[in-house]
Design a protein around this ligand. Structure first.
Ligand code: SAM
Ligand code: SF4
Length: 349
């Protein structure tokens, strides 16, 4: 498939043709990664952030956010719960901090989580741009996957979405470093950003391929009223955002085949059945929120974040039902690593 093919698929408007695309993507998913859905219980443990991305609700300059940091005990309690419930893996996510206290805190948490069940929980980190030294520390402590979205592969657009000090090349270098260190590396973009074109999205998919990425965590851009980017949006069309999000998942599956693709929360923010639709369009990973309900409201990247009041237990049962309804099963107790990572030549970074 070349750029034109990707553009053609992403531009489909005919309902039957879109349905055909989703079916094709589902077949490829069955063939290359199977129909087991893997859970990554996500713990959004802090919303302190030194960055000021124009789209994000917890950006540094949003003074109406109540800032929080979960304690070590609270994080470990959530991790223990994930283990007891046979979640194979979890994700630690937070706003970005690069200070020594934070780096050491995370290192300690990773080591403690690895002690639960004798290292049986896989750990994915989503903690933004860090130095090679910090990434290495966390890898050696036991984290083995890292998710860092490039947000958009279009440099000019990237700069419009961020203050001048946030550099595209720095983010790109971080991705390269993560791969070099041996992390299963995930990236992704926001879909349906102001000024983003279909060509940009096709280029994003080519970027994933050229970077030999193992996991994709991408989702529709969703408005947050208290952000600078919201002012650039005249009319936010949830249906359009959802459809483009699903088409990107499907085309990514058709194009990249053996990578893990997440059906992200943003899909559900736009449609109550958004995440099931993501699975049916080719995704194979779901990230149920397992952090304490108390903190959810303070971790709103965008408006209408779903499951704000559901405890981890309710989330798990709810997801299980959702997965079964579409005829799939949950890979309990398994890491569900990206087949692409296993297949890729580790000597070539
Ligand atoms: N701070 C880390 C980072 O930026 O990589 C990790 C946490 S950050 C909240 C995770 C992701 O949230 C970002 O990569 C971004 O794509 C996504 N995000 C932020 N604001 C969003 C919005 N308004 N709509 C959709 N996704 C958003
Ligand atoms: Fe901070 Fe990440 Fe939000 Fe940017 S996207 S403001 S780095 S939490």
């Amino acid at each position: 498939m070349n750029r034109d093919d990707l553009i053609k698929l992403l531009s489909l408007t005919d309902e039957n043709q879109i349905e055909e695309l989703f079916k094709k993507a589902y077949q490829i998913k069955q063939e290359f990664v199977g129909t087991k859905v893997y859970y990554r219980g996500i713990i959004e443990f802090s919303n302190y952030c030194v960055k000021d991305c124009y789209y994000c609700g917890i950006r540094k300059s949003n003074s109406s956010v109540d800032r929080f940091m979960m304690t070590k005990e609270e994080i470990l309690e959530a991790a223990k719960w994930a283990y007891d419930e046979k979640f194979g893996s979890l994700v630690l996510q937070s706003g970005e901090r690069i200070d020594r206290e934070y780096i050491d805190f995370v290192t300690d948490i990773i080591k403690e989580i690895k002690k639960i069940g004798d290292g049986s929980l896989g750990i994915t980190l989503s903690l933004g741009e860090q130095t090679e030294e910090s990434y290495k520390k966390w890898f050696e402590a036991g984290a083995h996957r890292y998710l860092l979205r490039i947000e958009t592969s279009n440099r000019e657009l990237y700069q419009k979405l961020h203050p001048e000090s946030h550099l595209f090349d720095e983010r790109l270098n971080c991705l390269k470093t993560l791969k070099k260190l041996g992390f299963q590396t995930g990236t992704g973009v926001m879909i349906g950003l102001p000024e983003q074109t279909i060509e940009d999205l096709a280029n994003d998919l080519i970027f994933f391929k050229e970077m030999d990425i193992d996991m994709i965590g991408m989702g529709p851009y969703v408005l947050h009223q208290e952000t600078p980017l919201a002012k650039k949006v005249n009319r936010f069309d949830s249906r359009k955002q959802l459809l483009m999000g699903l088409k990107m998942i499907a085309v990514a599956r058709v194009f990249l085949k053996d990578v893990n693709v997440a059906s992200t929360t943003a899909l559900q923010a736009l449609d109550p059945l958004g995440r099931e639709k993501g699975l049916q369009a080719g995704a194979n990973i779901i990230m149920p929120n397992i952090g304490a309900v108390t903190y959810r409201k303070a971790y709103q990247l965008y408006d209408n974040k779903p499951c704000l009041d559901e405890s981890a237990g309710i989330c798990k049962t709810c997801f299980e039902g959702r997965v079964e309804v579409i005829g799939e099963s949950v890979g309990y107790g398994e890491w569900g690593d990206s087949p692409h990572f296993k297949n890729r030549d580790k000597t070539k970074n």
